[in-house]
Ligand binder design. Structure first.
Ligand code: PLP
Length: 450
C-alpha cells in the first residue's frame, strides 16, 4: 500500500503532524460560535474543524493533520476526498443537480440500482430503490416487508442500531443517547438476544446455537412466527460495539425466517462496501437476505442509501408507494458509481482484509500487555477492542473515554461505541497506507502505556 496507488491520495501528505494542541485555538473559537448556533444535542466526537482531507488524513483549521481511524463512521471507505469521486461529481454538478427521480428520471439512478442488484448477496432477481440516509433505508425496508407479508411485527436484536427516526430509534437497542425522552416509540417492534460471544454466559463456543435457539423460542412464544413481517439484523453490530454474532447464529436465524415466511433484512449500512473484507458482511457465512439496506460507504460521503431485495417482494408495492424528493440525487449517484469502480480498481476487499491482518495481531499483543483490554475482535477494517476493569468483564467506559482523549490529543481520530460505552472502534479508510496505519497503532499503544 504505497501512496501512489491509494486512489487519489497524494494531494495531501499522508502524515500525522501537530502544529497546536488538539483542538487548536481556531477550532476552539469555532466551537464557541457553534455553541451559540447549534443545539448541544448534536454532538461531535472530536471538535477540530476540518478544512481538508485526503486518503487517510484529515486536516483542521489550525493546520494539524490527523490520522483518520473513523472514515466519518465507515463512509469514506475509498479514502477522504477520493479523486475519482470528486471528478464525477464535478462533471455532474455543471449539468444538472436535481430533477427528482419521481418527476423526470436519469440514467445514473438506474445504473446504481443495476450495480447493487448485481453485487449484493444472492443471484436471484432483485430490485433496488434509492433514498437519502441509512435510517430512511431501514424505514422503507420495514414498510416493504409489512406490505409484502401483510404482517406487522418486526424483530430486532440487543445491541442493534438502525438510526434516529421514530421507527429506527425504536428498532435501536440503546436508550441513552438515542431514545431517552423521545418516546412514545413505534408499535410492533420486538427485541431478541444477540449472540455476543465475549459476554455469553456459557462461553463463546456455545454462543451461536444457544442464542439462536433462545431467539427462535422467544419469537415463537411471545410474538408467533406467523405475525412477524421481518427480522432485521446487522451482520456485525456497529454502534453496539462491533459485535460479530457467534458463528452459526446468522445462518440459524436466516433458516428460521425462511421456514416461516419472515423476511430477513440485513442492515449493512455500516458493514457494507468492502469494509469487512467482503463486499457485504453477510457473505462471510453465506447468508442471503431477502432485503438489504445500504448507505454510509455507498457514495464517498454524498448522502445516498438504498433498499435492495427480492424482485417478487419489492415489485408488490403499488405505484407511488415508495420514493422521496431527493432520493438518488444525481450527484450522489455519480459518486456511488465512482465508489463502485474504485472498490474494484483498488481491490478494496483485499485491502480491508490486509488492514485486519495488520491490526488484529498488534491489538492482541497490546491486550497481552494491558489486562484492561478484555476482547479484540472484528473483520477486515472493522476492528474493535472492548475495555474492562482488569481481571473482570465489567465494562470500563471511563478508561475508554480517556484512551480516546489521549489518541485525539496525539493526532489519531478514533471513535468509541458499545452498549456500555466501553469499545474503541477502528474504521480506517480502506486506502490508508500501512505506514500511517502502523503509526496510528503506535499512538494507541502509547495511549495505553501512559
Ligand atoms: C449509521 C447506521 C444507520 C443509520 O444511518 P443514517 O444514515 O445515519 O441514518 C442504520 N443502520 C446502521 C447499521 C448504521 O450503522
Amino acid at each position: 500500500m504505497t501512496s501512489q496507488n491509494t486512489g487519489g491520495a497524494g494531494r495531501l501528505p499522508q502524515q500525522r503532524r501537530l502544529l497546536t494542541e488538539i483542538p487548536g485555538p481556531r477550532s476552539r473559537t469555532l466551537q464557541e460560535r457553534r455553541a451559540a448556533a447549534v443545539p448541544p444535542g448534536v454532538g461531535s466526537v472530536l471538535p477540530v474543524y476540518v478544512t481538508d482531507a485526503d486518503g487517510g488524513v484529515v486536516v483542521d483549521v489550525d493546520g494539524n493533520s490527523l490520522i483518520d481511524f473513523g472514515s466519518g463512521i465507515a463512509v469514506t471507505n475509498v479514502g477522504n476526498a477520493n479523486a475519482r469521486v470528486a471528478e464525477r461529481v464535478k462533471e455532474q454538478v455543471d449539468r444538472f443537480t436535481h430533477t427528482c427521480f419521481m418527476v423526470a428520471p436519469y440514467e445514473s439512478y438506474v445504473q446504481v440500482c443495476e450495480a447493487l442488484n448485481r453485487i449484493t448477496p444472492g443471484d436471484h432477481e432483485k430490485r433496488t430503490f434509492l433514498v437519502n440516509s441509512g435510517a430512511e433505508a431501514v424505514e422503507n425496508a420495514v414498510k416493504v416487508a409489512r406490505y409484502a407479508t401483510g404482517r406487522q411485527a418486526v424483530v430486532a436484536f440487543d445491541h442493534g442500531y438502525h438510526g434516529r427516526t421514530l421507527l429506527t430509534m425504536t428498532l435501536t437497542a440503546k436508550n441513552l443517547p438515542y431514545k431517552q425522552g423521545f418516546g412514545p416509540f413505534a408499535p410492533e417492534v420486538y427485541r431478541m438476544p444477540l449472540a455476543y460471544p465475549y459476554r455469553w454466559p456459557t462461553g463463546p463456543e456455545n454462543c451461536g446455537p444457544e442464542a439462536a435457539a433462545l431467539a427462535v423460542d422467544q419469537i415463537t412464544k411471545q410474538i408467533g412466527a406467523a405475525n412477524v413481517a421481518a427480522v432485521i439484523i446487522e451482520p456485525i453490530a456497529g454502534e453496539g460495539g462491533f459485535i460479530e454474532p457467534a458463528p452459526g447464529f446468522l445462518p440459524a436465524i436466516a433458516g428460521f425466517c425462511k421456514a416461516n415466511g419472515i423476511l430477513l433484512i440485513a442492515d449493512e449500512v455500516q458493514t457494507g462496501f468492502a469494509r469487512t473484507g467482503d463486499l457485504f458482511a453477510c457473505e462471510h457465512e453465506g447468508v442471503v437476505p431477502d432485503l438489504i439496506t445500504t448507505a454510509k460507504g455507498i457514495a464517498g460521503g454524498l448522502p445516498l442509501a438504498a433498499v435492495t431485495g427480492r424482485a417478487d417482494v419489492l415489485d408488490k408495492v403499488h405505484g407511488g408507494g415508495l420514493g422521496g424528493t431527493y432520493g438518488g440525487n444525481p450527484l450522489a449517484c455519480q459518486a456511488a458509481l465512482a465508489v463502485l469502480e474504485e472498490i474494484e480498481r483498488l481491490d478494496l476487499t483485499a485491502r480491508a482484509r490486509r488492514i485486519g491482518e495488520i491490526m488484529l495481531p498488534r491489538l492482541r499483543k497490546l491486550a497481552g500487555e494491558h489486562n484492561a483490554i478484555g476482547d479484540v475482535r472484528g473483520r477486515g477494517a472493522m476492528i474493535a477492542i472492548e475495555l474492562v476493569r482488569p481481571g473482570t468483564t465489567e465494562p470500563n467506559p471511563e478508561l475508554t473515554a480517556e484512551i480516546a482523549r489521549r489518541c485525539h490529543a496525539a493526532g489519531l481520530l478514533v471513535l468509541t461505541a458499545g452498549t456500555y460505552g466501553n469499545v474503541l472502534r477502528f474504521l480506517p479508510p480502506l486506502v490508508i497506507s500501512e505506514e500511517l496505519l502502523n503509526e496510528g497503532l503506535d499512538v494507541l499503544a502509547a495511549a495505553f502505556a501512559a
